[in-house]
Design a protein around this ligand. Structure first.
Ligand SMILES: NC(=O)c1ccc[n+]([C@@H]2O[C@H](COP(=O)([O-])OP(=O)(O)OC[C@H]3O[C@@H](n4cnc5c(N)ncnc54)[C@H](O)[C@@H]3O)[C@@H](O)[C@H]2O)c1
Length: 231
């Protein structure tokens, strides 16, 4: 199968792209290198340095004609979204719309979307949140991620474009920028304070080892208790 990964030079997108390659799929990566790194993209994948907000995205999808689009490109900094809601919406809402328009025209069979658990639920009514719980996002980033889900619903209703939205909690692992906003969880897991919060240093170091060997999600409840950094 041919899978196109947007944001495939970033932390999660590049890890997923590698997993697709390992599973024997053909992989195409789109990324404008806003926060991603060229070296994260496998030499086995075809790379297009393109901004998803740009109309050029349609040309890439038309040329590549992927079966599946795995959409991970985003402005994913909550504080940035508060400082510049319009920029956040441009990338996360307009960029997603441009991609979905292009996907319909290119005959894509399914879209996978990296939504957000902590940020989309926002002010949770109970812990842990259930999928059917109301979403009350309290940051522009949470609003834009939830909007992405609404647009997927619309493109499915209007154009029969199948999709799955994944509401990731705080994700940590190799290739994550430990100084970036979402790096707090990885740093916490490695800190002695994190160790004592988990009961023992051994437990914490086991978890840190798990971090470096695979990609994992942190607990939704702790993500939700820290809304300023919940992704
Ligand atoms: N990291 C987390 O804990 C977490 C939690 C929930 C959801 N998510 C979502 O998962 C996805 C990946 O997050 P990540 O942690 O890997 O972040 P990341 O910053 O490492 O990856 C995002 C990628 O998107 C690219 N990008 C940004 N704007 C772009 C644009 N306009 N056009 C093309 N490419 C663009 C960046 O260069 C980067 O490579 C995002 O959609 C994010 O919202 C992340």
């Amino acid at each position: 199968m041919k899978i196109l990964v947007t944001g495939g030079a970033g932390f999660i997108g590049s890890t997923i792209a590698d997993a697709y390659l390992e599973a024997g799929h053909e992989v195409v990566v789109i990324d404008n290198l806003y926060s991603g790194k060229r070296e994260n993209v496998s030499t086995k994948a075809r790379f297009h340095e393109v901004d998803i907000v740009s109309p050029k995205i349609a040309d890439v999808l038309d040329a590549e004609r992927p079966d599946v689009v795995s959409h991970h490109a985003a402005q994913m900094d909550v504080r940035m979204s508060v400082a510049s809601p319009a920029f956040d919406a441009e990338v996360n809402v307009v960029g997603t719309i441009r991609l979905l328009e292009a996907a319909v025209k290119a005959g894509v069979k399914k879209v996978l979307f990296a939504s957000s658990g902590g940020a989309a639920y926002g002010e949770q009514e109970r812990f842990p949140a259930q999928e059917a719980d109301r979403t009350n996002p309290v940051s522009p980033y949470g609003v834009s991620k939830r909007s992405g889900e609404h647009y997927l619903f619309y493109y499915h209703a209007e154009h029969r474009l199948p999709y799955i939205a994944f509401r990731y909690a705080n994700v940590y692992g190799p290739r994550q920028d430990p100084h970036g906003e979402a790096g707090w969880w990885r740093s916490f897991a490695r800190s002695s304070w994190g160790a004592s919060r988990r009961g023992s240093t051994a437990t914490a170091s086991r978890r840190a080892t798990t971090c470096s060997s695979r990609i994992s999600c942190g607990p939704t409840s702790s993500a939700s208790r820290a809304p300023s950094s919940a992704r």
